[in-house]
Write a protein that binds this ligand. Structure first.
Ligand SMILES: NC(=O)c1ccc[n+]([C@@H]2O[C@H](COP(=O)([O-])OP(=O)(O)OC[C@H]3O[C@@H](n4cnc5c(N)ncnc54)[C@H](O)[C@@H]3O)[C@@H](O)[C@H]2O)c1
Length: 266
């Protein structure tokens, strides 16, 4: 049976934001592929519960990725416990965003988590990539990186910057055997949707239907599958790319699912 993920066996990954639904799916997928995973998150309860549930090969370290000392300590522990670092997934995010009303402090805080900390993580991980002769980075972007959304300025800007950061990282690390890509999810069943709909997945799918070709939100596992591919040797010639995992959101135009031309004759 074709598997394709054998090269991941025994590797070591760090996943920031690993405690949340999408993060946990990424951690689980890597774990199932035989990767040793360090979950780095400020959610101590959620992160530890995930590590406990998955058992051997998954560790949690409470880490605020905006704090360089904590970033350094997390990377050092991952390298010491898991035999180096080969994969970095920059998934943690802040949804802090009050659009035009956002004060400077909010801008800096949002960009610190969503963008600058991804750079800090890479800087800390780079010596370990060098030691290993290469590595793979997956940055999390979003459909929000390419469209205007009402009342949202900070988050989409941070995600658009992440698309460009991915290209810059890929360019400058290619010579070191490091591939850098991003995954861009559409609406995905996540903590915020669970909370806003009080766990109503069917309602969430109904709301998402008009602007996703596949007429539903994605599952965390579906995003994790793309991350796993980008981390693996199957993606050995893929770098600097932004992979949509969005049910067709970004390919769909404003006409949505409706045939527009017949409206001219109606
Ligand atoms: N939910 C969606 O529909 C969707 C759509 C497109 C893209 N995304 C992207 O997917 C990723 C996960 O999204 P989500 O909705 O599951 O997010 P979430 O808010 O549920 O989780 C984010 C995680 O990051 C952690 N975090 C926040 N600040 C941190 C810090 N300073 N240090 C360490 N950890 C920190 C949080 O504790 C949390 O576990 C994000 O990058 C997001 O932009 C999500």
């Amino acid at each position: 049976m074709f598997n394709g993920f054998e090269d991941l066996q025994g590797k070591s990954a760090i996943v920031t934001g690993g405690a949340t639904l999408i993060g946990a799916a990424v951690v689980r997928a890597l774990h199932q592929a035989g990767v040793k995973v360090m979950v780095a998150d400020i959610d101590a309860a959620g992160g530890q519960a995930l590590a406990d549930a998955l058992g051997e090969g998954v560790r949690f370290r409470a880490t605020d990725i905006t704090d360089d000392a904590q970033v350094g300590a997390c990377v050092a522990e991952a390298a010491a416990q898991h035999g180096g670092v080969h994969i970095l997934v920059n998934l943690a995010c802040s949804y802090l965003d009050n659009g035009i009303e956002s004060p400077r402090a909010d801008w800096l805080a949002a960009l610190d988590v969503n963008l600058v900390s991804a750079v800090a993580m890479l800087q800390a991980v780079r010596p370990h990539f060098r030691e290993a002769g290469g590595g793979a980075v997956v940055n999390f972007t979003s459909i929000s990186s390419g469209v205007a959304q009402t009342g949202r300025w900070l988050y989409p800007v941070s995600k658009a910057a992440m698309v460009q950061l991915t290209r810059s990282m890929a360019m400058d690390l290619a010579g070191e055997g490091v591939r850098v890509n991003s995954v861009s999810p559409g609406w995905t069943w996540s903590a915020i949707m669970n909370q806003l709909t009080e766990g109503d997945r069917a309602k969430t799918d109904r709301v998402a239907a008009p602007f996703h070709m596949l007429r539903r939100v994605g599952d965390p596992q579906e995003v994790a599958n793309v991350v796993l591919f980008l981390c693996s040797g199957l993606a050995s010639f893929v770098t600097g790319a932004d992979y949509a995992c969005d049910g067709g959101y970004s390919a769909m135009g404003p006409e949505s699912h409706e045939p527009a031309i017949p409206k001219l004759m109606a």
